[in-house]
Design a protein around this ligand. Structure first.
Ligand code: ADP
Length: 541
């Protein structure tokens, strides 16, 4: 229900106030009274009346001043004002109109007219307010609608941004995943709760544990799949202090086999760089590297041992020659000089063999290869060795007529044949026989190609091979030594009186295999040996 209109009556005269109260009281207004201008302004601001009936003649602040103040106040500027003026006071009316008054009533006034005017003005004011209210509400509704649309636009752009960011994140994630999966190092990522969150495929390849087995496990599980748990504990201690560390560790694969790895653990820090949120462990398999290092160390120690032996013999012989020169006869001196020359030759051979081996290992500066006839290489080497064999009382035979076109390095192919012939001469006592035979061999088609005759030919693939074998009737090799004679520095102990380095056969095997071929041996003590090698035929003309 509507509240009754408020009418503020401003007059310093109590009689006038009373008269107006009586006149308007029954009309259903809420009447308020002020006795001076200041009081009127204070009350109007507090109650926001629907009409102000204002006496012109008041002490201190007259009705015009009050009127001007009211109009200047944005809150009260619209409140209707009726000025009470003297009868026919024309000037007051003009001044009142200028001050912003809406209507004038002259004293003495007609009560009916007053009531009618007050009613009209308060009603009009109510309508004005209602209109204002409606406009305000409409404005507010439009504003709400506008805000709603703006909000929807914002939500839409937010959605687009979110989906773009999600897409970007997904792409970044995919990129990261692809990088991690293509790494040659095993990677594990843990979270702040010490749970393994990710392992890459190389981790599985290195440790034998599948991704599903590892992900979700605690860090302690990962610690325990290492053989060197103490080192792991030290690394973990450092990483939980926020420091990265690298160490060589030994891991145990799922199948129990051990491997050497170079492991780096790096803390994952939150962007504020204080709180750890896990760590990343990256391990590289260095088993082969370690093995290569061990082989190299063994090789170096063997080489220095082998070099020292002839050197110490030479030092001693040269010393004796020097000290006892006058006391020695010519024959003794010549023997000692011959000894010196033999040791020099041995040293020279040894250095040559070592250089060949280091060339084989490094595979650097691979010697030039050409298409050549292996028959000529074999015949050439055999001719060089024949006088040595014959001077030792050995029967010498070379069997073969076919040209054997292969692709290779002439010096290296010559060395293969030389080493085998050299061994046959060395390990066959006087009266024995040495046969060097070469031919084209198609092992799968040739019934004569049996491994007792052509050792190793059963391991050859289809096709035609340039085959060469050196047979002797010498001291032979016992079965337990056969698997080792192609190893570096391996020598059969019982034959240590025969000079040698233990490198010749390993060079033969290395060179043959580097040329795409195979080697084979069959031997028995006192029954002689057959050493064979096979090289792929080069069919191009
Ligand atoms: P070495 O310099 O000792 O001859 P190799 O690598 O050529 O070194 O040979 C390795 C070992 O194999 C020799 O020490 C020897 O015991 C054995 N061996 C090689 N060839 C023959 C052969 N034709 N008859 C008997 N034993 C041989």
């Amino acid at each position: 229900m509507d509240t009754p209109p408020r009418v503020l009556i401003v007059d310093d005269d109590a009689m006038v106030r009373e008269t107006l109260r009586t006149c308007l009281g029954r009309e259903g207004y809420t009447l308020e009274f002020a006795t001076n201008g200041l009081d009127a302004l204070t009350q109007a601001t507090a109650t926001l009346p629907d009409l102000i009936i204002l006496d012109v003649m008041m002490p201190q602040m007259d009705g015009f001043q009050v009127c001007r103040h009211l109009r200047a106040d944005p809150l009260l500027a619209q409140v209707p004002i009726i000025l009470l003026t003297g009868l026919d006071d024309h000037d007051s009316r003009i001044e009142g109109a200028q001050a912003g008054a809406d209507d004038f009533i002259s004293k003495p006034y007609d009560r009916t007219e007053l009531r009618a005017r007050v009613r009209t003005i308060t009603r009009l004011n109510r309508y004005r307010r209602l209109l204002e209210e409606r406009e305000r509400r409409q404005g507010a509704e439009q504003e709400v609608h506008r805000l709603y649309q703006e909000l929807q636009r914002y939500a839409q752009s937010l959605e687009t941004t979110v989906s773009e960011r999600t897409q970007e994140l997904q792409e970044a994630r995919d990129r990261m995943q692809a990088i991690l999966e293509s790494l040659g190092e095993a990677v594990i990522v843990t979270d702040a709760q010490q749970i393994i969150r990710y392992v890459n495929p190389t981790f599985t390849a290195l440790t034998g544990y599948a991704q599903q087995e590892a992900e979700g496990q605690m860090v302690s599980w990962w610690r325990n799949i290492h053989h060197s748990t103490e080192t792991i504990d030290q690394l973990l201690e450092a990483v939980y202090r926020g420091q990265a560390r690298t160490a060589e560790v030994m891991g145990r694969r799922a199948d129990g086999a051990l491997y050497d790895a170079l492991l780096t653990v790096t803390p994952l820090l939150r962007s504020d760089q204080t709180m750890g949120i896990g760590f990343v462990g990256v391990s590289r398999d260095i088993t082969l590297l370690q093995e290569a290092n061990r082989i190299k160390d063994r090789f170096v120690s063997n080489v220095s041992h082998e070099l020292r032996t002839p050197l110490s013999v030479m030092t001693m012989t040269a010393g004796n020659l020097d000290v006892f020169y006058e006391r020695l006869d010519d024959r003794q001196r010549r023997d000692m000089i011959r000894d010196l020359r033999a040791q020099t030759r041995l040293l020279n051979d040894l250095i040559g063999d070592i250089l060949e081996i280091s060339r084989l290992d490094s595979q650097r500066g691979e010697p030039e290869r050409t298409r050549l006839d292996m028959r000529l290489v074999i015949e050439g080497e055999a001719n060089k060795q024949r006088p040595i064999a014959e001077s030792k009382g050995l029967t010498w035979q070379v069997v073969g007529t076919e040209p054997l076109m292969v692709r290779g390095n002439e010096r290296q192919l010559g060395q293969i044949v030389r080493n085998l012939l050299d061994n046959a001469i060395k390990y066959t006592p006087a009266g024995g026989r040495i046969t060097c035979e070469y031919r084209l061999l198609a092992p799968t088609e040739d019934p004569t190609a049996r491994s007792e005759q052509w050792p190793g030919c059963d391991l050859l693939q289809n096709g035609i091979w340039a085959a060469c074998r050196v047979c002797d009737t010498g001291i032979g090799i016992a079965a337990e030594h056969l698997p080792h004679i192609f190893e570096r520095f391996y020598r059969v102990k019982a034959q240590s009186n025969i000079p040698g380095t233990g490198l010749g056969l390993s060079i033969v095997k290395g060179l043959v295999e580097q040329h795409g071929g195979h080697v084979g041996v069959t031997s028995a003590p006192d029954r002689g040996s057959i050493f064979a090698f096979y090289l792929p035929i080069d069919f191009r003309s």
